[in-house]
Design a protein around this ligand. Structure first.
Ligand code: C5P
Length: 421
């Protein structure tokens, strides 16, 4: 499971391909950009079409390829001005000497050079050419001018060239370029979230997944929690501008983009780390972990051997992590979860008070369609009295959407508190 891809789904990239043997790499570049969720439209110069056909790019991008300026049919589809406005970034890869020179001179005699002048979007160029052409004074002079004009240059790599030469001038691998583009949008989005997001600048700690309580070196007691809800909340908090630390029990999920993950196994370790996070600074603590209620009183040093028909293992109660954190003097905003099979709301409201939480989200795990291993959830959220907020029903939705709504609930409560504890 990955959380960062949809972020780029509404970002538009014009990939401009100019004449050079590296044009074949641009076909793969389209794929990589699409993998990240970008919308891609390809513009080709005449030179590019000598190396690779528009049909290839049409098939890969899923969009018609733009080759002509002022062609009646093409302009009727998406005219050059419209195309220039559509773009969130224009990536020229490979960028030939000729295209660089045209940009510098401000020519507008084909579609790409016109787009360059007509767009407000950032322009990136990935020059690719013979090493001697790269080193030529005119090329270097043009590059310097373009950098001064605000163009971002993806530097060519060194190595063997198609022409037999060895030196600088190879277009970097498509994966590398696509990753740089992704990082650029990611940073821009992050900067916005940190400034304007619902949880801008807040430090959030989230517990997630099951805990694992050792019996002996090879066996343990655990539960079926998958951690999906906690991971989705971590992703939503990060997207809302928070600094997120995820204390994860043993689960097989990818770490959400931008989230700091600390793996823990037992409840005692999860508690230690939670207290540590409090020391480091924590504004909001969200406890989604299914913490084992009991642990083995004495973990056997060696593997327990099969013996009689019965084996008794003494268990002792684990500390309640969320309640312990709620009792600390520097107490963050506390969010708990309650999974119940009956009297759901009554039990949840009781836990809100008993554990001294600010907010609790409860769900009915007797429902087969939601909960533990499911990708969907439905919840009711209660707030502590001092927030004077009505309970909130979060209708059945993906765990990602529920996580987003929980972030909104936390934000609303933080802004509604009239009598802080
Ligand atoms: O009491 P119960 O286990 O139903 O409470 C659930 C809530 O308390 C969840 O938010 C869970 O993460 C938290 N909890 C905890 N430490 C425990 C038990 C539960 O933090 N030992």
């Amino acid at each position: 499971m990955s959380f960062d891809l949809s972020v780029f789904a509404n970002k538009n990239i014009i990939l401009a391909v100019t004449g050079g043997i590296a044009a074949y790499k641009s076909a793969i570049l389209v794929r990589r950009l699409k993998d990240y969720g970008f919308n891609v439209r390809v513009v080709m110069t005449k030179g590019a079409q000598a190396f690779i056909t528009p049909l290839t790019f049409q098939a890969l991008s899923g969009n018609p390829v733009h080759t002509e300026l002022l062609d009646t049919e093409a302009e009727a589809g998406m005219g050059h001005i419209e195309l220039a406005r559509w773009a969130d970034l224009i990536l020229v890869a490979p960028a030939s000497c000729d295209s660089l020179a045209k940009f510098v001179a401000g020519l507008a005699d084909d579609l790409l050079s016109t787009l360059y002048l007509a767009t407000k979007a950032p322009v990136w160029v990935a020059p690719a050419m013979n090493q001697q052409m790269w080193a030529a004074k005119a090329t270097q002079r043009n590059l310097n001018t373009l950098v001064e004009d605000g163009v971002h240059v993806i530097m060519p790599a060194a190595g063997a060239q198609a022409c037999g030469d060895v030196g600088l001038g190879r277009m970097p691998e498509p994966e590398e370029i696509a990753e740089q583009v992704k990082d650029y949008f990611h940073k821009a989005q992050r900067a916005l979230a940190e400034k304007f997001g619902l949880l801008a600048g807040k430090k959030v700690t989230i517990t997630a997944g099951p805990t694992r309580e050792a019996i002996d070196p090879v066996r343990y007691i655990s539960n079926h929690s998958t951690g999906k809800m906690g991971f989705a909340i971590a992703a939503a908090c990060y997207a809302a501008g928070a600094k997120v630390t995820l204390l994860a029990g043993p689960v097989s999920l990818d770490t959400p983009n931008g989230v700091r993950r600390i793996n823990v196994s037992s409840a005692m370790k999860m508690l230690d780390e939670s207290l540590h996070q409090l020391e480091e600074g924590c504004d909001i603590f969200i406890a989604t972990a299914a913490v084992a209620d009991y642990r083995v009183a004495e973990v056997a040093e060696h593997k327990i051997k099969k013996a009689g028909d019965e084996l008794n293992v003494a268990l002792v109660k684990n500390p309640d992590i969320v309640a312990t954190i709620a009792q600390q003097s520097k107490r963050p905003f506390m969010v708990g979860f309650a999974a119940e099979t009956r009297n759901v709301e009554e039990y949840a409201a009781g836990k809100l008070v008993a554990k001294k939480l600010d907010m609790i989200a409860c769900n009915d795990v007797s429902r087969k369609d939601i909960g533990f291993a499911s990708d969907e959830n439905a919840m009711t959220v209660f707030f502590a009295e001092q927030y004077q907020m009505e309970k909130r029903d979060l209708e059945k939705a993906s765990k990602q959407e529920i996580a987003q709504q929980l972030v909104e609930a936390v934000h609303d409560a933080l802004h509604n508190e009239i009598d802080p504890v």
